[in-house]
Design a protein around this ligand. Sequence first.
Ligand SMILES: *[C@@H]1O[C@H](CO)[C@@H](O)[C@H](O)[C@H]1NC(C)=O
Ligand SMILES: *[C@@H]1O[C@H](CO)[C@@H](O)[C@H](O)[C@H]1NC(C)=O
Length: 531
Amino acid sequence: MFTLDYEAAIPRLVVAIVVLWLTWKLVAFFKPRNQHTLRSVAIVVLGDIGRSPRMMYHAESFADNDFFTDLIGYGGSEPIPSLLNRPRVRIHYLLEPPKWLRALPFIVSAPIKITLQIIYVFSELFTIPNPPEFILVQNPPSIPTLAIVWTVARMRGSKVIIDWHNTGYTILAMRFLGNTRHPLVLVAKWFERTFGRAAYAHLFVTNAMREFLVKQWDLQGLKVVLHDRPPRRFHQTTPQGVHDLFAVKLQKSLSAQPSLKGFLPASDPPYSSAFTATNASLSDIRISNDSPSPPTSVIDPIYSQVQLTLLREDRPALLVSSTSWTPDEDFSILLVALREYESRAAAADKKLPKILVVLTGKGPLRDKYMSEVGELQKKWKWVRCISMWLEAEDYPVLLGSADLGICLHTSSSALDLPMKVVDMFGCGLPVCALNFKCLHELVKNGKNGLIFENASEFAEQMETLLTGFPNCPRLIELRAYLQPTSERPTSPPHHLASSPEPPEDIWESWDDNWARFVRPLILKDVRRDGA
Ligand SMILES: *[C@@H]1O[C@H](CO)[C@@H](O)[C@H](O)[C@H]1NC(C)=O
Ligand SMILES: *[C@@H]1O[C@H](CO)[C@@H](O)[C@H](O)[C@H]1NC(C)=O
């Protein structure tokens, strides 16, 4: 006899509801974009968002152009504050792969990690309510993001933009001692070409990268070189800013450096530092008249009277380099060059300044080189080299306070450029940089910096640039080239939008550069009702 079994019916009902809900979700998911959807972009980076400056700047720029912007990536470090409190930007953090995976060998852990990433990235892209109009993806890592983005774009009718920072397979090859014929590397290369070849648009960090990829893989779609540029908050530091950094923030860590005892000019923090003084402080400090920008007059609660902070004439020249202390930067070049500068300065009869070299960053080779330089500089009178760890917010302030940047980066692929030089230029800081294949795309020799081939050439350049410091015409000339375009008599960038190449002598901000090269790509395709 048939009886209604309520106990069994309830689970069935639940299953039915879940199935209905899933079906509805699936239908919504596959529904093509409608014409009235707001402009939107999903930006995918399989890395720490806070450590992916370029992807954060992309997100900012899309949001500035009224796009709803979903930024998908890992947490870890804090993203730039301007992204956090922006109404059109949503940040989606991916779940980290479990820690125990790291204990397994790469061959075993990699597939598990990739499977998890596929699930996580898919579900993030899946839960964005309206299908994004564009999906911008950073490459590398290529696996599995390129395939996921490719698939989702097909299902949801989005256009893919690939931002090529490098090639993933060459980075993988470095794990296998540079062997590009390793079976895994060949698979990775096949994958990257298959899913990376065709896209709505490709962005490249250098011309060299563009030429290489177009030739190697015959890329399909729009192709645009978008050089890295610093964000708008990077700029030269005012004398007051230099003072706050050295007389207050870094005062403790500087005075804790034994090698600086007796090297820096006498100072009385917080009233003066080795680099700055106020007109109310030590009367015998000579104030320099080469202050980079008009000095700011402030009312400071500490002194409760009007202060004028200025750079000291007897300050040492400040040189900076940031590094991750890896073998692709040859610090022996720096050591040899500093030794040579020491002997040149000793022979120069006070025409050359003392120099303080600050190396920022952490990494495996730091202790080795720092103890080497520590030994050397015991005999030096003119040169000191210290390493320092700075908070993220102090880093651009230090760059903006310095007189000369140093870059010893050599690129593994010779297709990408050092971000630290971009940051330095953003802070109005000229550089001396070790040459490599595509460096000329960034450093224009004799205009915004000098390029050297070896240590003795570098020492010679320091001498040329710093003679007569702080009144050294060559260095001031290089600095002038890096003034923001808005402060120079050139026409505003949107008037230049039609010219394919920026005029040689313009150093644009990220915004202007983005407006020139990326905005035309995304506006090309405006959908207008009834149009
Ligand atoms: C420092 O200079 C400012 C601006 O010239 C002036 O107003 C102020 O009185 C000076 N302070 C001292 C202590 O000389
Ligand atoms: C360093 O480079 C310069 C310029 O390329 C060259 O003239 C010089 O001979 C080089 N010096 C050494 C020691 O290699």
